[in-house]
Design a protein around this ligand. Structure first.
Ligand SMILES: Cc1cc2nc3c(=O)[nH]c(=O)nc-3n(C[C@H](O)[C@H](O)[C@H](O)COP(=O)(O)OP(=O)(O)OC[C@H]3O[C@@H](n4cnc5c(N)ncnc54)[C@H](O)[C@@H]3O)c2cc1C
Length: 391
């Protein structure tokens, strides 16, 4: 069993790893380059596979305080406004998967994990601590912080996001590539919207070369909206947060149905992200080597079209704690077990998200076929037992 884990990155993945490991008695030291642990103003969806883990970690009540629990996910045509399919959530999801489907502000999710981590004994959080490299040997791992500090441990976890420096040093397999997809994101108080635009359900609007997803967060008081379009941004791709031009988005949406145009026009401030990814994982080696593990976006950056990137980071964290807590395995064997247990599921989610990109943005006959299939099969297409049952 590992005695001390060094975690690089204090995003959702790194905090989840810190919580899961400290809960089973592993000492944790976490290094985050930012001076404060914060998150961007946007929402995320968490499938029941993820919420079940959070409940197991004792976070059910904290979730209830800040999350929203939509009763249904509705798919609509962005062009006609017609309903194409519905997935019942709420009690139906709980009955089937033993946990609800949740939507939550990223900052709330982050704060909830951070508060739980801070209550744990044996966790040290180091902010303003950019890690610049590491070494590993038979005996352990050592990391170096930009200001000359060093730390030693038994395991090093690279939870440092899509542009992971840990991955670069470990695998040297290049950087993220642009997908040509851009995400406009906005959050607005529902009270600031006209009654007809307020909503407590998840709605996905599908159109040619675009889709829009909206859902409630903050106990339903705010609406989160993400519009995905095709295009490119300029400037440093590692700075993934750009200010957005609302008029440009409105022009891109000009041929969509009136209710969707209405919603887009009602929102004044948008942020713009360029979506960058890697090819789906090709083997267990991409989850780490020796005493070093990769977790979350560092291991498997993906398009957000299955809404499971943070979810897979949380599943990784749960699995990592299980293997590290196994007294019969030494650290390298435990990390091999972790990689073997995680990579195929993560690759499957990456592939599924890519496929959804093609299906969501389909044009011509493919779009027609999609709409017919969704109308005929509805819930049978939208429900994903292989995913929502957990890894
Ligand atoms: C538009 C969009 C919508 C999404 N929707 C969903 C959704 O609905 N559901 C879902 O589950 N996921 C969703 N995701 C995906 C999700 O946001 C990511 O998968 C998740 O945030 C990854 O978490 P992470 O901790 O692995 O990485 P990050 O969140 O990138 O965290 C990495 C952390 O490491 C720190 N760091 C980096 N380098 C260093 C270093 N050298 N030293 C120290 N610290 C370092 C960074 O500052 C950062 O805090 C969405 C993504 C996008 C873009």
């Amino acid at each position: 069993m590992a005695k001390k884990t060094l975690i690089i990155g204090g995003g959702i993945g790194g905090l989840a790893a810190a919580l899961a490991s400290s809960r089973i008695g592993i000492e944790v030291e976490l290094f985050e380059r930012a001076v404060a642990v914060t998150e961007v103003g946007a929402g995320i969806q968490l499938g029941p596979n993820v919420v079940k883990i959070l409940h197991d970690w004792g976070l059910k009540e904290s979730l209830v305080g800040v999350a929203a629990y939509p009763e249904r996910l509705q798919v609509r045509s962005a062009m006609t406004g017609d309903e194409l399919g519905v997935l019942r959530l709420g009690s139906v999801t709980i009955q089937k998967y033993d946990a609800p489907y949740v939507t939550i502000h990223r900052a709330d999710m982050h704060a909830l994990l951070l508060a739980a981590v801070q209550k744990q004994a044996g966790v040290a959080l180091n902010l303003d601590s950019e890690v610049v490299g590491f070494t590993q040997s038979q005996e352990g791992v050592t990391l170096a912080v930009f200001d000359g500090r060093e730390a030693q441990g038994d395991v090093l976890v690279g939870a440092d996001g899509g542009w992971s420096r840990v991955r670069q040093q470990l695998l040297n397999d290049g950087l993220l590539k642009p997908t040509g997809h851009l995400a406009y994101r906005a959050m607005v108080p529902q009270s600031s919207l006209p009654e007809r635009l307020r909503s407590q359900q998840i709605t996905a609007w599908l159109g040619p070369k675009l889709h829009v997803v909206q859902y409630p967060v903050r106990g339903g008081e705010w609406l989160n909206v993400v519009a995905i379009v095709h295009g490119h941004t300029h400037g440093d791709p590692q700075n993934w947060d750009h200010s957005a031009n609302a008029m440009e988005l409105q022009r891109t949406m000009a041929k969509t149905c009136a209710p969707l145009q209405d919603l887009i026009a009602a929102i004044e401030y948008w942020r713009l992200w360029a979506l960058n990814i890697r090819l789906p994982m090709s083997g267990a080696h991409e989850h780490g080597q020796g005493r070093v593990a990769l977790l979350g976006d560092a291991a498997h950056p993906m398009l957000p079209y299955l809404a499971q990137g943070a979810g897979m980071a949380i599943e990784d964290a749960n699995c990592l704690a299980q293997v590290l807590g196994n007294a019969e395995l030494d650290v390298s064997a435990a990390l091999k077990d972790y990689a073997a247990r995680r990579w195929q599921r993560n690759a499957r989610v990456q592939v599924g998200a890519l496929r959804n990109g093609h299906v969501f943005h389909a044009r011509g006959p493919l779009r027609w076929g999609r709409d017919v299939a969704m109308k005929l099969l509805g819930e049978r297409l939208l429900d994903l037992p292989w995913l929502y049952s957990g890894g």
